[in-house]
Design a protein around this ligand. Structure first.
Ligand SMILES: Cc1cc2nc3c(=O)[nH]c(=O)nc-3n(C[C@H](O)[C@H](O)[C@H](O)COP(=O)(O)O)c2cc1C
Length: 164
């Protein structure tokens, strides 16, 4: 079993490296996918952009993805776990949500900034702002880091069961 990850701003990478340290598995950025045997068992970690796990398609094409960990800044997978799993075509695989983090929007560039700006505008236009929405607006504007080892507890438990 190997850890493969895709990370744009480093939060998912932090989780991947933490998971590697705790479990003793090796972690590779998906850019280096050629270093890992094609078709072998992997745990994949990717960041979420507009509900889709980035890098997942490439991982599914090249490896036997046993588990998917999606890192996002929401409180959980949107709109719920079952729909998220279905939308990402990973039914039947182990799925974990990891709360990641984001840089302040002023530090984000290119197409990602366009998507995020649209999302921010939509959130700000809502009349009745719930706590989740206010939190999301603040996170996008100011940046946030939710990465901590205890968030990996369930993933670690699952990995250890697979490799023992
Ligand atoms: C363009 C864009 C779209 C995003 N869409 C979502 C989303 O749909 N759901 C979510 O929870 N987080 C979303 N995020 C937040 C990232 O998934 C989160 O910051 C992630 O932990 C970043 O990981 P990375 O540092 O490894 O790139 C989005 C971020 C960007 C820049």
């Amino acid at each position: 079993m190997t850890i493969i990850y895709e990370s744009k701003t480093g939060f998912t990478e932090k989780y991947a490296k933490m998971l590697a340290k705790i479990t003793g598995l090796k972690a590779y950025n998906i850019k280096d996918f050629n270093s890992v045997k094609k078709g072998s068992d992997v745990v994949f970690l990717g960041w979420i952009s507009a509900g889709r796990v980035k890098g997942l398609k490439k991982a599914l094409k090249n490896f036997n993805v046993k588990a998917v960990c999606a890192s996002g800044t929401g409180r959980g997978p949107e709109p719920n776990s079952a729909t998220f799993v279905k939308n990402n075509n990973i039914e039947g695989k182990e799925f974990f949500y990891l709360r990641g983090g984001n840089k302040p929007i002023r530090e984000i560039k290119g197409f990602d900034k366009v998507i995020l700006s649209m999302f921010l505008k939509m959130l700000k236009s809502k009349k009745d702002k719930t706590d989740d929405i206010i939190e999301a607006i603040n996170n996008i504007e100011s940046g946030v880091d939710y990465v901590k080892e205890e968030n990996l507890a369930e993933v670690v438990k699952w990995v250890n069961k697979q490799i023992k």
